[in-house]
Design a protein around this ligand. Sequence first.
Ligand SMILES: [Zn+2]
Ligand SMILES: [Zn+2]
Length: 253
Amino acid sequence: MLDLHVHLLGHNDREANRENIRAFLDEASKRKLKEIGFADHDYYWDQMNFPLIREVAEDYPHLAVRIGLEAEYRPNEEGRIRHLLEQFPFDFVIGSIHEIDGWIFDIPEEEYMHRKKEADELYSGYFDVVTRAARSGLFTTIGHFDLIKVFGVRPSTDILVLADEALTSVAEHGLVLEVNTNGRYKPVQEFYPEQRLMEEIQRRGINFTFGSDAHCAAVVGRDIDEARQLLRQIGVRSVVGFASLDKVSYPLD
Ligand SMILES: [Zn+2]
Ligand SMILES: [Zn+2]
């Protein structure tokens, strides 16, 4: 299978050197992945070393090693992201929303704010930004589609209503959504997106990919097999990876 969301640099706690790249590719090989995609946070741009990843990848001919980016989407910063994307021929680009109007909402210190706000407004504010990200034309993928649930706060309105416009934009622009297994290790303790959304994504014909969101080599590919089984159960027959921004299809068997 594939894992198209791993962080070589972690939270900027390690270097993009040979040894660390190998650790990620060794774990991917051990887990029998066919494709792995590096997608470090755009704010560590100066620490990235794409040519070295390409070089080390030559020792792993059985593994498709892709280079992407997890870009922080803010509606007023599309120019900044576009400029970054012009600097390197990326295989894929994840647009992620960790911030609503300057509020970084997914860090533990902000959990209390999730409980103070009106849950439906919290969700609609988040999905508005997701919609804009999908329409920006900058990304191949939207990261952790329902990240706003991270602390387990649930809306009273149906999630399919709250996410409707965002899903429509994702479909219209041919974007891919990941099953991001890392949510299981957050307070909400479930994959992103939740199963009801997965079923709706499938119903709308939007493609899936997989991401562990690993910030260290040891958890590359974590729970991807389970995510694969889950997608199969809801009738998904293939997922996609990326090469030079083009989708590459992988049957789920
Ligand atoms: Zn993220
Ligand atoms: Zn990430």
